[in-house]
Design a protein. Structure first.
Length: 291
């Protein structure tokens, strides 16, 4: 094996960066910000949040043991993508922070075909504020941290890689003390507000991007979750049918289409898909195959 010839990256921050956090690059850390005795769970964070334009959506779901699962979706004229994170909330002084780390269950399949690819998922942090039923986020960005360290304003354990980049190696207690005594230079109100939208809408937005990324399993799970939340969501049933049809699961696709027809009236495309699916099933039955 050619392990010795592989250029080893000490750090890899997996997934796309949250553009809604003012567009800066988040400061990576090898250690989390939270500890078992400082982690908190804020129920008000759970929900689906979107910018006014709808180009950025954040889905926050309750996880296990005071954690959250965060899905970030961006869909604009420049980019379409999705990232999934495991998240913990922690109070530092009178401020609330989120600790985000890539969700292994989403990213592991992206790398499983590689014989050897050492990756160290990094944590990054953002301050969060809920105000007037809007969510505001401000990340701890790397330029600000570099400035504090280079100007000897703080002594914070870190390592340097790629000549100029910094990854923090401080303990959670050291990180909390650092943030407690050093305002980030940004406030959550500096970024775009994220407003609550129906949870089923966020699930469909996520499903569309998952499907584009060839993660049909996650796409189907999101569509299914959408119709569980809102059993009358015809558009979600129709798109679920489309997904199943592309997989050759025509009987299941038909079931979804017929369910969509209960809630969507006078839709020519849906009627055409139902007719075409009936025809496909009949042809497959005649030929002796019934997917």
């Amino acid at each position: 094996m050619r392990n010795q010839g592989i250029e080893r990256k000490v750090l890899a921050v997996l997934g796309m960066l949250l553009a809604v956090l003012s567009g800066c690059v988040p400061q990576p850390s090898l250690q989390p910000l939270y500890t078992e005795d400082t982690v908190v769970f804020e129920p008000a964070l759970v929900g689906t949040w979107s910018t006014e334009s709808g180009e950025e959506t954040v889905v926050i779901e309750a996880g296990e043991e005071n954690s959250y699962r965060l899905i970030y979706i961006v869909d604009d004229k420049f980019h379409e993508g999705v990232s999934v994170y495991e998240v913990h909330a922690v109070r530092v002084g009178d401020r609330l922070y989120l600790d985000l780390v890539p969700d292994d269950s989403y990213y592991d399949p992206l790398f499983e075909e590689n014989a050897y690819l050492p990756m160290i998922p990094a944590h990054f942090f953002c301050q969060v504020e809920l105000r007037d039923d809007a969510l505001y986020l401000a990340q701890v960005d790397d330029d600000w941290v570099k400035k504090q360290i280079r100007e000897n304003r703080v002594t914070l354990p870190h390592a340097v890689y790629d000549n100029d980049e910094i990854v923090l190696t401080a303990t959670p207690e050291e990180l909390q003390e650092f943030l407690k005594n050093n305002p980030t230079g940004q406030t959550p109100g500096d970024g775009d507000a994220l407003h609550r939208i129906p949870d089923e809408v966020g699930q469909v937005r996520a499903a569309r991007v998952f499907a584009e990324r060839n993660r049909e399993d996650l796409a189907e799970a999101a569509y299914t979750r959408a119709v569980e939340i809102n059993p009358h969501y015809g558009e979600a049933y129709q798109e679920l049918g489309n997904l199943r049809a592309t997989q050759g699961r025509h009987r299941e696709a038909l079931a979804a289409y017929l369910k969509a027809a209960e809630f969507i009236s006078d839709d020519a495309e849906l009627r055409q898909r139902i007719a075409a699916t009936y025809e496909t099933i009949a042809r497959e039955s005649f030929c002796g195959t019934t997917p």
